[in-house]
Design a protein around this ligand. Structure first.
Ligand code: ZN
Length: 191
């Protein structure tokens, strides 16, 4: 066996043991919504957890950090200090269910069962397309779509959907008032 192969095997074992340390309830939710298998586990340079179908590139990991950094900055500005560590957050990156929006612009999104959005402007016939969604408030976990370009959009999705998590842990009344976009209200919630 060559040295390279041994290293590759060691890396595989490392990744699979990381993958098995995912919160099993959150993983089940990410799998249920996306139908994907999250085989790759990574940690961003600042310590956030990323679980992906494939990849993720360094640019994607940095984009996650940028989004969380922006989120933490605006949270502090609003007087919210709980759950502002990068390691508090897990980002699941699924295959996109569409890569273009109705205008034809590049917009990797995930189809999510409509539930409370039925009949609203977001309803696509039983489901909606979302750039990202909260899959668990505790531990703080988001599901977003893979991007092959326009990586900056990942930062925005993380920063915006992360608002729900910051509010859940810091201001439950404001969280309840803003969690459901079907009655209006959009991001950014925190200015
Ligand atoms: Zn939202």
């Amino acid at each position: 066996m060559t040295k390279n192969l041994i290293l590759a095997l060691a890396a595989t074992l490392f990744f699979s043991s990381l993958a098995s340390s995912q919160d099993s309830r959150v993983l089940a939710e990410a799998t249920r919504i996306s139908g994907d298998r999250f085989a790759v586990a990574a940690v961003t340079p600042r310590g956030a957890h990323v679980y992906a179908v494939s990849g993720p590139s360094v640019a994607v990991l940095n984009a996650v950090d940028k989004g969380l950094g922006d989120l933490f900055a605006v949270a502090r500005k609003n007087g919210y200090y709980r759950r502002l560590k990068y390691s508090d957050y897990s980002i699941y990156i699924a295959r996109a269910d569409r890569t273009r929006d109705y205008k034809g612009d590049y917009s990797p999104d995930i189809a999510v069962g409509a539930a409370q959005y039925t009949g609203s402007v977001y309803d696509q016939g039983g489901f909606i397309y979302a750039a990202g969604i909260v899959i668990s408030n505790d531990p703080c976990s988001l599901l977003i779509a893979e991007h092959s370009k326009n990586i900056d959009r990942i930062s925005n999705v993380v920063r915006y959907e992360g608002e729900h998590l910051v509010l859940y842990h810091n201001d439950r009344r404001r969280y309840m008032a803003t969690m459901d976009h079907s009655r209006g209200g959009a991001h950014p919630i925190l200015q």
